[in-house]
Design a protein around this ligand. Sequence first.
Ligand SMILES: C[S@@+](CC[C@H](N)C(=O)[O-])C[C@H]1O[C@@H](n2cnc3c(N)ncnc32)[C@H](O)[C@@H]1O
Length: 216
Amino acid sequence: MASVTPAAIAAYLDGLSPAPHPVLARIRAEGREHGVPIVDPLTGALLHGLTRAIGATRILEIGTAIGYSAVWMATALPPTGLLVTLDRDPARATTARAYFAEAGLDDRVNVVIGEADRYLHKLAGPFDLVFQDGDKQQYGPMLDKLAALLRPGGLLVTDNVLWDGEVVPGFVDPPQRTPEDTAAIAAYNERLAGDPRFSTSWLPVGDGVAIAVKSS
Ligand SMILES: C[S@@+](CC[C@H](N)C(=O)[O-])C[C@H]1O[C@@H](n2cnc3c(N)ncnc32)[C@H](O)[C@@H]1O
């Protein structure tokens, strides 16, 4: 995924934040080699820091891919913590599981293979942090369910809210992204901005990250 941060700035910031586990470099390399979209390392570092800052012990992730963002979060969990991560792609989920085992994190990461919208109603909350990084057109439809799964004061963190800047009309001309995805993200941002259940900040980190704090 492209970063909206200039490359030199991103590289400088990257160099300042040591990765919490060496396996992250290998997952990132595999993601690049096989074209698997994963979060920017600065977004990973942000997720790690947020997990620590709120003392999260239960995290839900929509969109495991090959486990990159999950490792950033799981390495910030206490040994008794739990990260439930969902992906509909069995091959990616299998790869992610292998990385979690290699990193010694398989005791606190539960990978679920399947469609998130079908599985979510089976989950018991509350979660301290939910990371939404799945199908962009599902961001809006999943919002109420994810809000219900969060504890008061918990965080809903959403990736790709800038979509390479394409949510800003005319910023990328001609647009490169699927118009339906761009429209879905723009509508999600508007909805989150007006949602009284959350207090939301949008950060130009990686591909844009929204941090929504659920009201107490
Ligand atoms: C952007 S990738 C996730 C990247 C990952 N969070 C990371 O940064 O390492 C999105 C993933 O979400 C999965 N996905 C998309 N929509 C989904 C859905 N409705 N249910 C389950 N998985 C979904 C895709 O298969 C894909 O692997």
